[in-house]
Write a protein that binds this ligand. Sequence first.
Ligand code: GLN
Length: 313
Amino acid sequence: VATMADREIQNVLDEALDAFAGLEEGANADYIPALAEVDPDIFGIALVTPDGRVFTAGDVEAEVSIQSISKVFTMALVMEEQGVSFAPEGVGVDATGQVFNSIVAVEQHRGAEMNPMVNAGAIATTSRVSGASRDEIWRRILDFHARFAGRKLAVNEPVYESEAATNQRNQAIGRLMYAYGHIEVDPDRATDIYTEQCSINVNARDLAIMAGTLANAGLNPVTGETVMTAENVPEVLAIMATAGLYDDAGKWLYRTGLPAKSGVGGGIVAVSPGNFGLAAIAPPLDPAGNSVKAQAAIDYISQKLGGNPYEVE
Ligand code: GLN
């Protein structure tokens, strides 16, 4: 998109909004009760280029909880602290082929081979963030997300409370990972911090800037701040590609070629390296837990803008 006029890029976003706003499939996540209450008609799209241009369409001010998209950034934080090899050598980097909160997947390899993009691997990843107290660990996670977004972020307290009251399954996953030696601190605390990180509120613009920072080798194109080490970005993107859309990651990669990450709040971020960061938010999800409209919009926009990194001109 480096050579495209602003007008052309904006038109593509507007077309996507128009084309997919009417999609009726999917439903809000409801296993977290507060997510069922979110307006299902929210539809926001944003794109950020490495030279810091920001394009938006639709409900770009509407905030939803980041949910699993946070897995990318907490993983990036642990990579900054411990090096990228914590993933292949510790948590694992292969897709599980199971739903994102699968307990069968944990059992299959006694807690090994869990990808940081699914709950077991993500809780184990969160458990590795450094800090002398819960508060210090939490501050580091929130601050790291905020630097990617380029603004102060806050937790959606009702979502956090709602999930914390109903996340017995994630608590079980955390304890199993502890039992198998993949979590070495209090697993309930790790699950609780993970739950709080999933409740961070973001809008489509925030998510696009976060993705744009990854597309720009770790330098936030809007604030100009270097948020993470450029050398670690390829590993982040590779892991997003393996399981960013969970069990549908293969279908997604086949369609778009883009490393991406979805969340049950309805957001999806996608990265075309060196080219753009793209995000969409729309709460209704397909059976794999991925936003129907966000997938359609990102796929459409990326195709129009030549975003597939496997396509050589
Ligand atoms: N907080 C959610 C959970 O742990 C995140 C899941 C998701 O977005 N896929 O279930």
